[in-house]
Design a protein around this ligand. Sequence first.
Ligand SMILES: Cc1cc2nc3c(=O)[nH]c(=O)nc-3n(C[C@H](O)[C@H](O)[C@H](O)COP(=O)(O)OP(=O)(O)OC[C@H]3O[C@@H](n4cnc5c(N)ncnc54)[C@H](O)[C@@H]3O)c2cc1C
Length: 578
Amino acid sequence: MTTPQVDPTSVEALEERLGDPWDDANPVGFSQVLAADERGELLDAGEQLLDAYGLGSEFVPTSEGGRMTHLPRLISLMRAVFRRDPSLGLGYGASSLIASVNVWTAGSAAQRHAVADLLLRKRKLACGYYELAHGNDLARVEFEALPSGDGLLLNGTKQVISNIRRADAVVLFARTQAGAGSRNHSQVLVDLTRAPADRVTHLPRFRTTGMRGVPLGGVTFQDCPVPSDAVLGAPGQGLETALKSFQVTRVALPGMFLGIVDTGLRTTIQASKARTVYGRAVTDLPQTRSVLADTFADLLLCDAFTTVAARGVHLLPREASLTTAAVKFLVPRVLMDAMGRLSTVLGARFYLRDGDTAVFQKLLRDLQPVGFGHLARVAGQMTLLPQLPLLARRGWAQPRPAPAALFRLDAPLPPLPFDKLAVSGGGQDGLAGSLLEGLESLGDGARTQPLRDRLEAFARELEVLRRESAALAPRELIVTASPAAYELTTRAITLMAASACLNVWRQQSSDPFLGDPAWLLAALHRLDVWRGRAQGPLPEAVRTRLFTELHARHEDARAFDLTRMPLSGWRPSPAPLS
Ligand SMILES: Cc1cc2nc3c(=O)[nH]c(=O)nc-3n(C[C@H](O)[C@H](O)[C@H](O)COP(=O)(O)OP(=O)(O)OC[C@H]3O[C@@H](n4cnc5c(N)ncnc54)[C@H](O)[C@@H]3O)c2cc1C
């Protein structure tokens, strides 16, 4: 009998290559990851391993000769890297992804070919969106790419850019004409291997608290000529291209960062199991079990929301501006809170840079950019805010459910429709429709009563949200809106998350764990705690069910996300939990 071959490009194959993280002899194990972090370097053995696996081609759509088929796969692959070493994840690849998505969204055939070729050759592409002076306020970016002769001249400085010194090319967000407004900027693809050396000055490296291995630089261009066809799309379209590209990256990145909390939870379980206090293992204390179960529920909630939003980019691209902005606001906060909570279980050991739990302090530091990095969480709210009145008049007034395939984790996806991404959702919100449809489908009966109670509260909230959003004055739809208006976006976001969880549960009814209402109840409870509508631990039966599953996954070395995939290289736990 022949053993089935593992697809060498699969997530499982990547996991296998990465091997046992707890093995000190593993060149990409935690000992080496931590040593590289202490040196402030990217893990060289990790970069070589990812080169050999061909991770760069995962950022290139199949239509351009790469292996990027769909976002959930890309997230899973990168999550495997983030589980191990987030600096490697960001420094090896996520920054190339952030840049290249602009090219797939707005680039010409020649630009797409050039970037695909660069990534397939395992070279780096940097992305210079921000300037420290202006942060998320992209409309004020000063860096210039102004017309001169038959080309453009680059002038200005970009700071805090991953990989800029070693990148072959960079996508720069630049002012292409003077004036205020949204049509004065463009994205410019600059071939750094051809830029005249005397016109480009690199700044000293920026040192950071976390992600220490990521080479963060800055660059000043002075009268640096580039051809006019370096602009991505039509001149003046830069902000629009960025707003569309963000829809891919602001869901992909939180999805990847989720791997950090997976390892944080695993490390905490491992350490708490071995640690005895008051004559028993820390994991035998009911309070500890409760915190661990809460964190597991948070991971499932985040993964359900992220996965649905990522599938939505393929299936409902018109609505992706809403759902991905919502993920960017909610998921990073839940992940950061979860990691903070785990640190309280570890006690003093979460602070140590040596020993079995040393990786935790690195992960805690590396997690923080999920909140502000790439773009701020509040930018997610800003994307939703001006869309509220139209949502109130259309999608929330006559809710139409999203297709079931959005929530079926194994349903095939069409290629990423970069050409169909839109700046506004046009007032549609399939998740609202699916929330009501899902609630309706529960029917009567004692088994689903606790779910109905929670979900009816969410449905009532939708009606209040619709009324209040319809009444918003124009001054409440801009950056200087009141906190109460921002709060409406928070409420809309939690409704979307609730719908994502409910419908993932509905569509996975034959799965022994995902089809069990326990995890859904837990996720909805955590969502209610997060938005201040509930407090306290999970109901006891739910808590026990979640802890039992968590325990089993820990013992079997399986992921704590929706996939429950085996982490083949990860050594199973030596001492079983009691
Ligand atoms: C490890 C790392 C890697 C990075 N890599 C890159 C890279 O490759 N390329 C790149 O271009 N940049 C990169 N950056 C920069 C980063 O992406 C930042 O997001 C960017 O500098 C702007 O962040 P900021 O917090 O300074 O934003 P600011 O906009 O200056 O935010 C300042 C404060 O204002 C708040 N705020 C902003 N808007 C609003 C609003 N509407 N309402 C209320 N409050 C608001 C923010 O929440 C924040 O609290 C990197 C940073 C790090 C740490």
